[in-house]
Design a binder for this molecule. Structure first.
Ligand code: F6P
Length: 368
């Protein structure tokens, strides 16, 4: 018979998303409710991998007091990182060269040393792949899907997405009046590395004229044509929403930096689209990059509820003996799906989904 659960660890990994603290609170309270202890690992797994840099040794005991009043707060009380995955940890070799080293075995030993019986890992595709690797090495793990990008498979939605979309749509709304006042084309760049969920939803809700997403390589001439058609109808301004991972036909995504142990940093596509549209239409253009503003702030009510449900469900999964799984929203229920299926593919926008059809029927151009 496997060892009873008495003490669990929890961590948050990857880019932060509104709702992380709500998950932490729900996990801690649901664990305490079962008489379990709960510890938090700082900054992804850094609290275990580089404990000496932390005054508290990289681990914090999580009590009722430590999670009081955090449901509505953005960020994460545990800290997070999206550099230095334990599966490919940047290590400086004796030859002065940086290498990527698999340090997952070390994590397994550290968790044992700390008397941790199970782990709840909150994160996106990268963090859940690490969670799955730990599960393969015998750790009892449950994953909680997080990302504002909403690109994780097997769950209808991730927490953080609703907050990001609501803010992006509000920004698009605000840009209408200034675009109209100046007869300008406003290009709004939003996050969305591999998937255009934020761009699509914010663009449709904010009534953009064109939406450019990673799933549809665009032809800038088609977007310029849409702007000219509007002008012919007396509408001399336009709003174009561009996901950071969007790219034109035959061109690579716009990368600004790539460092060892880090994913490529994207950026610059909004500026490029604006410059090309200015040239093709002769109109004045401006770019607004929403970037990390989409990750900040207080989670919406919808995200708080989802995050709290996910946190509680993750503890229930452990109590039910369901390990190596991820909690997933499958309305009206939260169910458990294997981590291995969740990390197998990216959930991109299906081009025939009804939101896409709606957008096209509303006259929104995708540059195709
Ligand atoms: O994964 C979420 C995300 O917001 C992506 O859309 C974006 O490319 C990435 O995080 C940026 O992360 P950071 O700037 O924190 O490295």
């Amino acid at each position: 018979m496997s060892k009873l659960i008495r003490r669990i660890a929890i961590n948050t990994g990857g880019g932060d998303a509104p709702g992380l603290n709500a998950v932490v609170r729900a996990v801690v309270l649901s664990a305490l409710h079962r008489g379990w202890e709960c510890v938090g690992i700082r900054d992804g797994y850094n609290g275990l991998l580089v404990p000496d840099v932390y005054p508290d040794g990289g681990i914090m005991e999580l009590t009722r007091e430590s999670v009081r009043g955090i449901t509505h707060l953005g960020g994460t009380v545990l800290g997070t990182t999206n550099r230095g995955s334990p599966l490919a940890y940047p290590t400086l070799g004796a030859d002065g060269q940086w290498r990527e080293e698999d340090r997952s075995g070390e994590l397994v030993s550290k968790l044992k040393e700390l008397d941790v019986d199970a782990l709840i890992a909150i994160g996106g595709d990268g963090s859940l792949a690490i969670a799955n690797a730990l599960f393969q090495q015998g750790v009892r793990v449950v994953g909680v899907p997080k990302t504002i990008d909403n690109d994780l498979a097997e769950t209808v939605v991730t927490f953080g997405f609703d907050t990001a979309v609501s803010f992006a749509a509000e920004c698009v709304d605000r840009l209408h009046s200034t675009a109209e006042a100046h007869d300008r084309v406003m290009v709004v760049e939003v996050m969305g590395r591999y998937a255009g969920w934020i761009g699509l939803h914010a663009g449709v809700a904010g009534t953009a004229d064109a939406i450019l997403i990673p799933e549809i390589p665009y032809d800038i001439g088609k977007v310029a044509e849409k702007i000219r058609q509007r002008a012919a109808r007396g509408r001399d301004f336009a709003i174009v929403v561009v996901a950071e991972g969007a790219h034109s036909i035959g061109v690579q995504r716009s990368v600004v930096a790539k460092e060892v142990g880090q994913q490529e940093r994207l950026g610059g596509i909004g500026q490029r689209v604006a410059a090309e549209l200015a040239e093709l239409t002769g109109k004045e253009t401006r770019t607004v990059v929403l970037g990390h503003l989409l990750r900040g702030g207080s989670p919406t009510t919808r995200d708080r509820i989802l995050a709290l449900r996910f946190g509680s469900a993750a503890v229930r999964a452990l109590a039910d003996g369901c390990f190596g799984c991820m909690v997933a929203l499958d309305p009206p229920i939260v169910r458990y799906v294997p981590l291995s299926s969740a990390i197998k593919r990216m959930k991109t926008v299906p081009l025939d989904c009804d939101t896409m059809q709606t957008a096209r029927e509303l006259g929104i151009s995708f540059g195709d």
